[in-house]
Design a protein around this ligand. Structure first.
Ligand code: ADP
Length: 193
């Protein structure tokens, strides 16, 4: 099964991806996590993306595409994967289509988690506070100011993917404002069809 999770920052993509992985035993691919790991390691890619991420802007397509391409062509990705945070631009979506075409496979579902801006900002600020309370590191981009940029990037660069996938007949929309369990229920229902 090959799934894309789409939705604004804070919509719960990571949480739901985890649950899909537990139920279906497929790979979780979060480009945000991959890029944060690269920044942490101070690798070549990490150094290139650090500033973009800290400011809440999307990193250049070629860097993300190279990382995703490398990962989904590994043997453990064969049974399927859930992509979380990718694609985020039309150009990334077209590239993903090409990559999958080459392997003669297709996306089964694109699940859009819908949530409104006010709630998203609250969730991100809560996530930052909880990380702090637990003595964990707070993400460099989990703050009010950067969140504005991330939401703007979502609206301008990522939201057009909703139409892109709707026209391909693979889009499923779920209300992301419900409890985590209720969202999971709806997500499973959407992808079990
Ligand atoms: P969120 O969805 O909560 O904003 P992510 O962990 O998915 O968080 O992404 C964090 C940051 O990583 C983004 O703001 C962006 O800078 C970078 N990033 C992640 N995925 C992509 C992508 N597919 N294309 C460009 N930049 C990306």
């Amino acid at each position: 099964m090959r799934i894309v999770l789409l939705g604004p920052p804070g919509a719960g993509k990571g949480t739901q991806a985890q649950r899909i992985v537990e139920k279906f035993g497929i790979l979780h691919l979060s480009t945000g996590e991959m890029l944060r790991a690269a920044v942490q390691k101070e690798s070549g890619i990490g150094r290139k993306v650090k500033q973009f991420m800290a400011e809440g802007r999307l990193v250049p397509d070629d860097l993300v595409i190279a990382a995703v391409n490398e990962r989904i062509s590994q043997p453990d990705a064969e049974p399927g994967f859930v992509l979380d945070g990718f694609p985020r631009t039309i150009s990334q979506a077209v590239t993903l289509d090409d990559l999958l075409n080459k392997e003669a496979v297709e996306l089964d579902h694109v699940v859009e988690l819908q949530a409104d801006e006010e709630i998203l900002l609250d969730r991100i600020l809560t996530r930052a506070q909880e990380a702090k309370d637990r003595g964990h590191g707070v993400r460099a981009d989990d703050n009010r100011e950067t969140m504005k940029v991330r939401l703007e990037a979502y609206k301008e660069q990522t939201a057009p993917l909703i139409e892109y996938y709707r026209s391909k007949g693979v889009l499923r929309s779920v209300d992301g404002l419900q409890t985590i369990d209720a969202v999971t229920h709806d997500v499973f229902q959407a992808i079990d069809k």
